[in-house]
Design a protein around this ligand. Structure first.
Ligand SMILES: *[C@@H]1O[C@H](CO)[C@@H](O)[C@H](O)[C@H]1NC(C)=O
Ligand SMILES: *[C@@H]1O[C@H](CO)[C@@H](O)[C@H](O)[C@H]1NC(C)=O
Ligand SMILES: *[C@@H]1O[C@H](CO)[C@@H](O)[C@H](O)[C@H]1NC(C)=O
Ligand SMILES: *[C@@H]1O[C@H](CO)[C@@H](O)[C@H](O)[C@H]1NC(C)=O
Ligand SMILES: *[C@@H]1O[C@H](CO)[C@@H](O)[C@H](O)[C@H]1NC(C)=O
Length: 747
């Protein structure tokens, strides 16, 4: 029942709104080519100023010797100040009668307003015959005093304290209504005592017909009206003298299409209105235009789908929902079998939402207190005190590393929203974060750290925060208040090298020049970590997924989650084997002995990847060659290396460069760590090859066959061109062992 009520209410509201809309709109619109304004007063058809612009009887005159110009009814002297589609407002004179000795100007004791013979009638709804004064007898009559309609009111003051603002009940002010259908009204003003007894309060009497919506008695008017001559009164207007039923279909029927006829409420005649759902001037042909109720998506009456129709609109719901679809009605509710059920569910739902709100608020408050305690605990457990100490003892580190609060990082990552995930790796999830100063950062949520590793972790944060190399992702700080430490890095916008090499849509997106530069930059960064940093750092997880690219495709080595600091005494470190299959150093895998050369091996795989565009592990290659390192080494041994290069690389690279880089890769991939070059040597060689590009011609132009290459490579795939390589013993015998090992690793 309440639903039905609200529905009919909404229907009423919609109709009322439509009516109001058409009301406002009809106030504009003259006939085409006709002036529609006189001064600031608009003149809608059927009214008009110029010849041929008005319906008979609705002529107006615009006198522009006034500023602003004034409009007068017909050619007469009734000043029209406003036209709406119901009413006309005119300014009429105030009758007055004052205490003679004060000489307040000429009296106007007799006054009339007459619109006989026009389509206008004095509005009985809006106008009130009003008299002000303390010795006032005001009379109004239609045509002749006492023999025709006659009325009036008297106002005295007596107890002056009873004169009240807004009250016209005979003390200082009196008022009467006027009858329906009056077109002429005469006013007569008299006093009983010639104002002799009351002139100190009110020296004059005033009488006028006024629009009650525009005049409210003010005590001050008893004196103030002495300087006022006119008040606004309202006229109703109507077309012709016939009722709607009589005129419909007649040749002079004034209502245009999409409009309806309305009997005048004040005497004979009719008016027109646009049908609901239309707006405009109903007296003009084509004046009533459809209202597009759906035009404004935010204010349209529908909850979901709004369809405009001529004169109306249809609200509908998306599939799976039911209801009248109106914002003011039932809206759209998820489909349910029976109607009452919705009400029950709604009632129960609101109740339980309220209870739930209270419950969750207290739960939240309790939880918040516990969280604070917990955060402090984690901070200690994660070595926050240790780090604070470390930072305090190093002046420089304070600038490079910062301890973030968990709150700061929650806000920066939108509470670790899924939409902010940049990537997931073996060591945790990386989120994109935006700090309050709009700086974009990458935030890594590590996987659980064992308690014994905390000291190590802190050391790494401190050391890494001092690693400043343009090809190493910069660590900005960390947060220790969470169960697992969070690391904050600089944000590198262009994704990983893996993405650019292997993901769909990026096929061959990197030129050979870029690849070689990335290789050289990465090698430089690793060399720096191995030797230049305060204490050598072994990355332990060198792979294309950990090489990030910035806007200019500059390489940034990232993810030191697995990295280890080399102890100062350089004793061998034995760790649990960690790394990524396909990049993992077989020797390290076998022995667990971690050295810088493990990074060199992994970098060799990265080089092979850059050269061939192949993934480090590919199920599409034959069993033995699933591992890219093996595949690459076997191809080199079989003098087929040229054939496995990515076509783009083969076309763009010069012979010297390609041969050189292949040799570097081969050296890095040696089974025995001690036979591999150092990262520093690799970096130097790659830099040299980069510079060698000038003047070199692409490999593909070098005869198009492999003969040139064959001459450089002996039957076992050994090339003796590189300086560092000559010093290494022939490790190629180990390729079979390499294969066996890699198969073992893949198991
Ligand atoms: C026209 O202008 C006069 C004075 O400039 C102002 O009092 C009156 O309210 C205006 N009328 C309309 C309809 O804007
Ligand atoms: C305009 O008004 C002035 C002053 O009331 C009057 O003298 C003049 O005749 C009027 N002009 C017209 C065209 O009615
Ligand atoms: C009547 O209203 C006017 C403002 O319109 C105000 O200044 C005056 O004090 C009021 N008088 C009384 C008696 O309330
Ligand atoms: C009011 O004035 C008129 C003429 O001005 C006079 O005839 C009449 O007697 C006066 N009435 C009173 C009550 O003073
Ligand atoms: C209009 O007035 C006529 C006669 O006064 C009456 O018969 C008719 O029902 C009225 N029409 C409407 C729509 O009020």
């Amino acid at each position: 029942m309440s639903l039905r009520l609200s529905f009919s209410l909404s229907l009423f509201l919609v109709t009322a709104a439509a009516a109001a809309a058409s009301l406002a709109a009809a106030a504009s619109g003259a006939l085409p080519g006709c002036p529609n304004m006189c001064g600031n007063v608009s003149v809608p058809y059927p009214f008009g100023i110029a010849q041929g612009c008005y319906m008979p009887g609705f002529r107006m005159t615009c006198n522009d010797t006034y500023d602003p110009p004034r409009m007068f009814m017909n050619s007469g002297n009734l000043h029209v100040t406003e036209i709406t589609d119901d009413h006309l407002t005119i300014d009429i004179l105030i009758a007055r009668d004052c205490y003679k000795p004060l000489n307040l100007g000429p009296d106007i004791r007799q006054m009339y307003v007459d619109v006989t013979g026009t389509p206008y009638t004095l509005s009985y709804e809006r106008n009130r015959f009003t008299a002000l004064g303390c010795d006032t007898i005001a009379i109004n009559y239609r045509t002749s005093f006492l023999t025709d309609y006659t009325s009036g009111c008297v106002a005295f003051c007596g107890d002056t304290s009873s004169i009240t603002n807004g009250s016209c009940s005979g003390i200082g002010c009196c008022q009467t209504a006027i009858p329906q259908g009056v077109k002429r009204l005469n006013t007569m003003l008299r006093s009983l005592m010639n104002h002799t007894t009351s002139f100190s309060i009110s020296p004059c009497s005033f009488a006028f017909l006024v629009d009650q919506e525009r005049y409210v008695f003010d005590v001050a008017d008893l004196r103030g009206f002495a300087s006022r001559s006119r008040v606004p009164a309202v006229l109703d207007w109507a077309i012709g003298s016939q009722a709607c039923e009589e005129v419909k279909g007649a040749p002079d029927y004034a209502c245009g299409p999409n409009s309806y006829c309305l009997n005048s409420t004040n005497g004979p005649g009719y008016r027109c209105r646009c049908n609901s759902g239309y707006q405009g001037n109903p007296y003009l042909p084509g004046g009533c235009q459809d209202i597009d109720e759906c035009a404004d998506a935010s204010t349209n009456p529908c909850a979901e789908i709004c369809t405009n129709t001529p004169g109306s609109y249809v609200c509908s719901c998306r599939s799976g929902k039911a209801g009248d679809g109106k914002k003011s009605g039932t809206g759209c509710i998820r489909q349910s079998k029976r109607f009452p059920l919705i009400q029950v569910v709604l009632g129960a739902g609101l109740g339980s939402v309220f209870l739930l709100a209270i419950a969750s608020w207290s739960y939240w408050a309790l939880k918040k207190r516990r969280m604070i305690v917990l955060r402090e605990k984690f901070f200690k457990q994660n070595g926050g005190l240790l780090l604070q100490q470390q930072i305090a003892s190093r002046d420089g580190a304070a600038e490079t590393a910062r301890i973030f609060t968990s709150r700061e990082l929650e806000e920066a990552t939108d509470n670790y929203s899924e939409s902010r995930v940049l990537g997931r790796g073996g060591y945790g999830t990386v989120y994109k974060g935006i700090l309050p100063d709009q700086k974009v950062v990458a935030i890594k949520k590590s996987k659980v750290v064992e308690e014994g590793q905390v000291e190590q972790f802190i050391n790494e944060v401190v050391v890494l925060s001092q690693v400043i190399h343009r090809n190493v992702v910069k660590i900005l700080g960390c947060c220790l208040e969470t169960p697992v430490p969070l690391l904050v890095y600089e944000y590198v916008p262009n994704g990983t090298l893996t993405h650019h090499l292997h993901d769909g849509g990026h096929v061959s997106s990197l030129s050979w020049e870029t690849r070689l530069r990335i290789a050289a930059e990465t090698a430089g960064a690793l060399a720096y970590l191995h030797s230049a940093a305060a204490r050598p750092i072994i990355h332990r997880d060198v792979k294309t997924a950990n090489i990030l690219l910035d806007k200019a495709y500059t390489a940034k080595v990232a993810d030191f989650g697995a990295s280890r600091l080399v102890p100062l005494d350089r004793a061998q470190i034995t760790t649990l084997v960690q790394g990524t299959l396909g990049y993992l150093d077989p020797e390290y895998f076998q022995t667990g002995q971690l050295t810088e050369k493990s990074d060199v091996y992994s970098f060799g795989v990265v080089l092979a990847e850059l050269l061939t565009g192949q993934k480090p592990l590919s199920p599409t290659r034959p069993q033995q060659e699933k591992n890219l390192a093996i595949y690459f080494l076997l191809a080199m041994r079989g003098n087929r290396a040229f054939q496995i290069l990515e076509p783009r690389v083969r076309n763009e690279g010069s012979r010297e460069q390609l041969e050189g880089v292949m040799e570097v890769a081969k050296g890095c991939l040696r089974l025995k760590g001690e036979e591999r070059p150092t990262m520093k040597e690799v970096a130097a060689e790659l830099e040299r090859l980069r510079r060698a590009s000038a003047g070199a011609h692409p490999w593909a132009e070098g005869g198009g066959d492999d003969t040139a290459y064959h001459s450089l490579v002996d039957q076992r795939g050994n090339v003796n061109a590189s300086a560092y390589y000559t010093s290494a013993s022939s490790g190629d015998d180990s390729i079979e062992a390499h294969i066996l090992l890699s198969l073992d690793m893949q198991r």
